[in-house]
Design a protein around this ligand. Structure first.
Ligand SMILES: N[C@@H](CCC(=O)N[C@@H](CS)C(=O)NCC(=O)O)C(=O)O
Length: 230
């Protein structure tokens, strides 16, 4: 996709549903990152990713785009059906389908128990997430051939960041697993991130397989294509 159109449509997607911009009220912190099986273009998955940003939670993302071969079967084998999002919380042993149930669970375990209004409107929440996703013209929906990395990558991001979305979609389409660090506005995780990266800007990618670390969504997408695309 042309870069200007790419950035404009990602910005439009954020403006259509500007949720997952900031950290909210935080509760207890999990000892281990959550595990989320999802894909970027899925509106139900978007709701869960928004909750992760608001709750300032880290998650091991296992991308499950349509036609994907790397993580989809694991969901069917362990959960019983091919439906996304699917959340595993290694801290409590919970494994769950259904975005609304997952969102409620996350705010109960790691927030103050109250689901914020934009995530509590049932079908309206899902429809706005769906419309916002449509503006991305199918990005983050289908798998493309790729080489599997030995170790998961790491990405600093927050859900509503238009540039981070572009990087996440590439990770998703290439089925590259990554540890997602959410650093929304007001996030207590920002200081540690700035210490590590040198500045407050997302997306920021770290690839422990090659030692590469980089800002800039266009550079990240190019790097991922060159390193892992087939
Ligand atoms: N009610 C479910 C609906 C989930 C759902 O329909 N997810 C779609 C993706 S958006 C799905 O899993 N489709 C099967 C597939 O992609 O193979 C929820 O809220 O989580």
């Amino acid at each position: 996709m042309n870069r200007i159109l790419d950035v404009a449509s990602s910005l439009a997607s954020t403006l259509a549903r500007p949720v997952g911009l900031s950290a909210g009220t935080l509760g207890r912190r999990p000892a281990k990152p959550l595990e989320l099986y999802e894909f970027e273009a899925c509106p139900y998955c978007r709701k869960v990713r928004e909750a992760l940003t608001i709750l300032d939670l880290e998650a091991d993302i296992r991308p499950c785009p349509k036609r994907g071969t790397r993580f989809r079967e694991e969901v069917k084998r362990r959960g019983g059906k091919l439906q996304f999002p699917w959340l595993v919380d290694p801290n409590t042993g919970r494994e769950m389908y259904e975005s609304d149930a997952i969102v409620k669970y996350l705010f109960a375990e790691y927030g103050d128990g109250r689901v914020p209004l934009p995530l509590a409107l049932g079908p309206l929440t899902t429809h706005t997430a769906g419309f916002a996703g449509l503006l991305r013209l199918g990005r983050g929906m289908h798998a493309r051939p790729s080489k599997a990395p030995e170790k998961p990558l790491e990405l600093w991001s927050f859900e509503a960041s238009p540039f981070s979305r572009i990087a996440r979609e590439a990770l998703c389409e290439l089925e590259l697993p990554y540890l997602l660090h959410n650093v929304g506005k007001g996030s207590p995780s920002r200081d540690a991130f700035v210490q590590r990266s040198g500045r407050m800007m997302v997306p920021y990618l770290v690839d422990p397989n090659t030692g590469k670390e980089m800002f800039e969504s266009a550079d990240i997408v190019r790097y991922l294509e060159q390193t892992y695309g087939r």
